[in-house]
Every structure is written in structure tokens, then in C-alpha cells.
Design a protein around this ligand. Structure first.
Ligand code: COI
Length: 353
């Protein structure tokens, strides 16, 4: 247990906040935030009203993108005390992302206590509607000013929160990206770091301009193998099996991906993790062996894919949209929202203060 200071302004910030009817994703921000500082060691951290932060313009995060983050959710359906979902898996990934960038991660205790503090404070504003939640964004960044390319000696760990709906609603149109690449072997693709998302922005914009929802990334070396969608992992229903790209060191190790694999196997579905060639997948969609495609992520949960498209206008539509995906989404959400038993030990109730 760490000694988190609760700022005197927190209670009035929360008292003045009303949950709007339309939440969107990331559009509504909780009125409080957590912040801890590293300067040779971590301080205890504080919960303060949400607002601007002070950062020197020379801070390394602003120049060398020294930043890692996580995406998580807190739920409160039918229970007084909120719950998280596999928060230790998020901690472990944050620690791995931080290690990849040679950054000092907070301890697991500080990470969990920060989440508990913000979730406890925000309990009254956690939506109690299925599919909605309090999205949590823990992030860690280098604050030391200077241009020398070496790790920052100071850092800040923060958690902000958003009462939110699902990231993307309805079947997605996915643009196959064959020009830009997101991550390469030995690079930072496996880390949840802002730079990976920055690398995806141009293709995302091009895709959006063509009416697509999201870009699909291929491996940087051969441009043959599927990696992931921006912010989501991909699954394909092929015959009566579920296929997903192998974690190759460049793909984000999605916690939702991992949970779905476990869940699907527990329901008797064969799950195959293998290198997946984009052209072979397209042929399987055209030939009818691949009947369904979907993506998953914390924010997205499980999102159906309606169309796979090339830059030249060719489009491929799997026969089914949101069939297996809908079943898996409901099974996963039911556990996350504590509407169903949790045989895997994933649900993590926030303890009382
Ligand atoms: C998440 O699913 O939490 C992410 O970080 C992905 C982002 C595109 C919202």
C-alpha cells in the first residue's frame, strides 16, 4: 500500500461533474487524475482535479517520444464496488514496454494503488450500462529536459479516466496498408508506446479519407504477413477454427487477444496462432473458407469486420459479420461485467480504501 495524497479539490471536482448521456470514446473525461513523480525513486503519488500539467518544453517525452501507456477498464454493473479486468497483466505489459524504452516503471503496488484511487473516486460516474465502462489510461513519460539521446532520469506516471462507450460501433471497414509499416523486428512494435501510434497516423488518415475505419498493418520486412490493426488484434474464422497472427515480437500482446484465445478454447473452438499471409487470407475470404473476420482490444472489445479493402479499390467481404465475434464478445463482456462466473480468475474487484 502506497501513501497516495488526495487533493482537497478532488471532492468538489467530482461533485460538480455530471455524466452526460452521450459518452463516445474518450470524449468525456473524469474530473480527477492520478500523478506520481520519479526522481531517483517514486513518490507516493497524488489524486488531483483533472487539468493541465506543467512540463518543461525540453522534456524528453516531447522530443524523443519517451512514453508508454496502457488501456484498461473499470466496470460496475450490478455491484456496488467496481472491478477491473486482469490489471496485473496490464502492469506486466507496462513494465515490459518501459523496459524496451529503458524507462523506470512504477512498482506493481504503485500501479494498482493508483488505479484503485482513481476508480474509487470515480465510482459514482462509472456507467452501469452493458458495453460501457470507465476507460483508464495509465501512462508513463520521461520528463528530464535535454537533447542527449539517453533515458530520462526523471519521469511521471499518470492515470486519467473516461466514462466511455466502445471504441468503434458497427462493422469496420479495414484498409490493407501496403506502403507504410508500423513496426519492424527489434523495434518497438511489441511495446505500447506512443511512437507506434504516431507511425500509424498517416495510413489511418488515408484510410479515413477513403471511408475506411482502420488500417491493417503488414510485417515491415516482407509486407506479406498480417500484424495487427491500429490498436486492435485480428482474428479470422477459417472453417471451424479461429486463426490469429502469431506474436512475432512486433505485434502488441493484446490482453483481450489472450483472453479471447483462452475463452474460445474453453468453448471447444480450436484456436490457431500462426503467421498469416494477407494474400492467402484474401483468397480464403474469396473462396469462402474464411467466413468471418473481427478485431479485438480493450477499447474495441470485439469488433466485427465487414470489408477488407485495397488502395486500388478492390474489396473483399467475408460471408458472416459478427456471428462468432458476437458470441465471443458476449462471453467476454459477461465475465468482465460480472454477469457470468469467471472461471479464469480475471475479475479483480477494487478493494475498499
Ligand atoms: C486500447 O484498446 O485500450 C488501446 O490502447 C487502443 C487504442 C486505439 C484505444
Amino acid at each position: 500500500m502506497t501513501g497516495i495524497r488526495i487533493d482537497a479539490g478532488v471532492a468538489s471536482a467530482l461533485a460538480g461533474f455530471t455524466l452526460p448521456e452521450k459518452l463516445g470514446f474518450g470524449l468525456v473525461t473524469a474530473p480527477v487524475m492520478f500523478s506520481a513523480v520519479y526522481d531517483g525513486g517514486w513518490d507516493g503519488g497524488e489524486l488531483v482535479p483533472y487539468g493541465p500539467i506543467e512540463l518543461l518544453p525540453g522534456a524528453r517525452v516531447l522530443h524523443y517520444a519517451e512514453l508508454v501507456f496502457e488501456g484498461m477498464k473499470a466496470y460496475r454493473l450490478g455491484h456496488d464496488r467496481p472491478n477491473l479486468f486482469r490489471p496485473r497483466a496490464n502492469y506486466q505489459r507496462l513494465a515490459r514496454s518501459a523496459a524496451r524504452l529503458a524507462m523506470q516503471a512504477p512498482s506493481e503496488t504503485l500501479f494498482l494503488d493508483a488505479l484503485y484511487a482513481i476508480v474509487r473516486a470515480c465510482t459514482p460516474i462509472i456507467p452501469r450500462v452493458t458495453g460501457q465502462s470507465l476507460y483508464l489510461r495509465p501512462f508513463l513519460f520521461g520528463t528530464e529536459p535535454g537533447y542527449h539521446i539517453r533515458p530520462s532520469t526523471t519521469a511521471r506516471f499518470m492515470v486519467i479516466a473516461n466514462p466511455a462507450e466502445v471504441y468503434s460501433s458497427g462493422p469496420m471497414k479495414v484498409a490493407i496498408e501496403r506502403a507504410d509499416s508500423r513496426a519492424s523486428p527489434g523495434g518497438t512494435g511489441v511495446a505500447k508506446t506512443g511512437g507506434n501510434y504516431a507511425a500509424s497516423l498517416r495510413a489511418t488518415q488515408v484510410a479515413a479519407d477513403r471511408g475506411y475505419t482502420v488500417a491493417l498493418w503488414l510485417d515491415a520486412a516482407s509486407r506479406r504477413f498480417i500484424q495487427e490493426l491500429s490498436g486492435m488484434n485480428l482474428f479470422a474464422v477459417i472453417g471451424d477454427e479461429l486463426h490469429t497472427p502469431t506474436l512475432d515480437g512486433s505485434i502488441l500482446e493484446g490482453i483481450t487477444r489472450d483472453s479471447l484465445i483462452t475463452l474460445a478454447r474453453s468453448q471447444g473452438l480450436k484456436v490457431v496462432e500462426r503467421p498469416m499471409e494477407i494474400d492467402a487470407l484474401i483468397a480464403q475470404v474469396q473462396g469462402g473458407e474464411c467466413t468471418e473476420l473481427f478485431a479485438c482490444g480493450t477499447a474495441a472489445i470485439v469488433s466485427p469486420i465487414g470489408v477488407l479493402g485495397e488502395a486500388d479499390g478492390r474489396e473483399y467481404r467475408p460471408r458472416d459479420v459478427d456471428r462468432v465475434a458476437a458470441r465471443l464478445r458476449e462471453s467476454l463482456l459477461a465475465i468482465q461485467e460480472r454477469r457470468a462466473p469467471d472461471p479464469f480468475g480475471w475479475v479483480h474487484e477494487v478493494p475498499p480504501a
